[in-house]
Write a protein of this length. Structure first.
Length: 231
């Protein structure tokens, strides 16, 4: 198979490339998401293995852009940071994940999983391209078993002349009652966002991600007038 490896660490790119090459795969590499997208546009690969924490276009954004270009792209996400990032990557379409550091056998197993895993079917919640203008906003408070609460602020806009829409969700952790909140951030300091084909899909994806974070099911979902004050 032809595999694209994306990581800003040159030494890691080299090591992963050598591991893959020893198993008979053809390997190309990129130092960040922007370069990876350019390479994939020129010649799609069978699998993309991408780091999450990178300068410029980081891994979560890279996965969403790859899926916008090719809904059938097969992605493996890798990271040595907070496991939340890998959970987010899976919700955004990664078929397998690798926790750094990993062995060649773990890499081999993930490649096999990504190569054979079923792709999302039409109608599933899948990330889509963000529209230029988001015109409708709604906020939802999600309460999880154990009492933890999060706010999901969703902006959406119609897509062309159809009834479909694209939606973007921003996640907030609610603290000190219901007034103060902390926006969940990526490693580069930008908000964690989830892009999906509709408001409902964005809310469902956000609920799944936050349920993983809390390790608890959602007990209730209520609509808010506005997001809590961000701190």
């Amino acid at each position: 198979m032809r595999i694209l490896v994306v990581d800003d660490d040159e030494a890691l790119r080299t090591i992963v490339g050598l591991m893959l090459a020893s198993d008979g795969h053809a390997v190309c590499t990129a130092a960040d998401g922007t370069a990876a997208i350019a390479l994939y546009r020129q010649q799609p690969t069978d699998i993309v293995i991408t780091d999450i924490v990178m300068p410029g276009m980081e891994g979560l954004e890279t996965i969403q852009e790859l899926r916008r270009l090719d809904p059938n792209v097969r992605v493996i996400a890798m990271s040595g940071w907070n496991p939340l990032y890998l959970k987010l990557a899976q919700r955004l379409g990664a078929l397998a994940v690798l926790h750094k550091p990993f062995t060649q056998e773990e890499l081999r197993r993930c490649v096999g999983t990504a190569a054979t895993a079923p792709l999302r079917q039409p109608g599933d919640a899948t990330p889509g391209a963000e529209p230029e203008a988001l015109v409708t906003s709604h906020c939802y408070r999600l309460t999880f078993q154990g009492g933890r609460m999060y706010c999901v602020a969703i902006s959406s806009a119609p897509f062309g002349r159809t009834t479909r829409c694209h939606a973007r969700a921003v996640l907030y952790a609610i603290e000190d009652g219901q007034r103060d909140a902390t926006c969940l951030l990526r490693p580069d300091g930008s908000p964690v966002t989830i892009v999906a084909a509709s408001e409902g899909a964005a809310l469902a994806l956000a609920g799944q991600v936050l349920s993983d974070v809390c390790d608890a099911p959602v007990e209730s979902v209520t609509e808010c007038v506005e997001p809590p004050t961000s701190t």
